[in-house]
Design a protein around this ligand. Structure first.
Ligand code: PEP
Ligand code: MN
Length: 265
C-alpha cells in the first residue's frame, strides 16, 4: 500500500508537499538572548520553523524542567522578530488553553506517545500535532497514536522518528531509518526525523539527517544551540551554528541528487 502524504500547514509553512522542511532550535528555551540568537541564525540558514522546549519531561527530577510559563513572552517576542512558526512539547492536557496561544504546533513527546487521553484532547484542538515515536513503541503503535488524534477530529498530524532503545550503548538511542520509509509507505501522515535524540551525539546528527532525507523524510526536527556546552538540556547532541550551517549545505546537495528541494521560509 503506497499512501499519499496529507500535507500539514504549520502557521504560514506547509510541510509534506514533496520538499524538505527543517524545524530547528534549542532543546529548551533558556533566555530571550539564547532563543533569539538561535532563531535568527537558523532562519538565515533556511529553517522554516522553530523548536524550543518550555515544559521539559526530564528523566531526573533534579534536572532543568524548562522555564514553563516564563518562556511565553520570550517565544512571542522571538516569533515576532523572525516570523517563523513554533513547535513545543505539551506534557499535560491542562496546558492546552495557554499553550495554543504560544505554539503553532503541539509536540507530543516520546514519553507521552501512549497517553491516549492527551492524544484525544489534542484531537479537539485546531493546532497541528507532531507525535514523537515512543522509545519502545512499535512503528504500528506510533502510527495508531497519530490515528487517535486524527479520529478525534484533527487530521493535521505529523509523525517524528526520534530513535528507539535497543541493546546498543554507544549511542543514546538507535535511529530507525526503516521507520521513516515504512511510515511514508504505510500511513498518510507527514514523517519527519529527529536525528538529535535519535543519536544523542552532535557529531552524528549531520550524517543521520542526510540518511533520513534519502529515506524519504519530509523534514527534520533538530536541536541547535549558540553554545552547546552551556546548554541547560541536551547540549551534547545540539549542533553549534557552524555544524548546523554545514548540515544545511550537505542536505541541499543530497536533496538535489534526489530531485527534491529544501523548503525556504
Ligand atoms: C525534545 O524534543 O526535546 C524531547 C524531549 O524529545 P523526546 O520526547 O523525543 O525525548
Ligand atoms: Mn532535547
Amino acid at each position: 500500500m503506497n499512501h499519499r502524504t496529507k500535507p500539514v500547514k504549520i502557521g504560514s509553512t506547509v510541510i509534506g508537499q514533496g520538499g524538505f522542511s527543517v524545524l530547528a532550535g534549542p532543546c529548551s528555551v533558556e533566555s530571550l538572548e539564547q532563543f533569539s540568537k538561535t532563531a535568527q541564525f537558523v532562519k538565515k540558514q533556511g529553517a522554516v520553523g522553530l523548536r524550543g522546549g518550555i515544559f521539559k519531561l526530564r528523566t531526573n527530577p533534579n534536572s532543568f524542567q524548562g522555564l514553563g510559563r516564563e518562556a511565553y513572552d520570550i517565544v512571542k517576542e522571538v516569533k515576532a522578530q523572525v516570523g517563523l512558526p513554533f513547535v513545543s512539547e505539551i506534557t499535560d492536557p491542562r496546558q492546552i488553553s495557554d499553550l495554543e496561544n504560544v505554539v503553532d504546533m503541539f509536540q507530543v513527546g516520546s514519553r507521552n506517545m501512549h497517553n491516549y487521553a492527551l492524544l484525544k484532547e489534542l484531537g479537539q484542538t485546531k493546532r497541528p500535532v507532531m507525535i514523537k515515536r515512543g522509545f519502545s513503541a512499535l512503528i504500528k503503535e506510533w502510527i495508531l497514536a497519530a490515528e487517535y488524534v486524527a479520529q478525534a477530529g484533527n487530521e493535521n498530524v505529523i509523525l517524528c522518528e526520534r530513535g528507539v532503545r535497543t541493546f546498543e550503548t554507544a549511542t543514546r538511542n538507535t535511529f530507525d531509518i526503516n521507520a521513516i520509509a515504512y511510515a511514508k509507505q504505510h500511513s498518510p501522515f507527514v514523517v519527519i526525523a529527529d536525528p538529535s535524540h535519535g543519536t544523542g551525539d552532535a557529531k552524528l546528527v549531520g550524517p543521520v539527517a542526510l540518511a533520513a532525507a534519502a529515506a524519504g523524510a519530509d523534514g527534520l526536527l533538530v536541536e541547535v544551540h549558540p553554545q552547546p556546552k552551556e546548554a541547560l538540556s541536551d547540549g551534547y547532541q545540539s549542533l553549534d551554528f557552524a555544524q548546523f550551517e554545514e548540515m544545511m549545505h550537505k542536505l541541499e546537495k543530497v536533496l538535489h541528487a534526489l530531485g527534491r528541494k529544501l523548503e525556504h521560509a
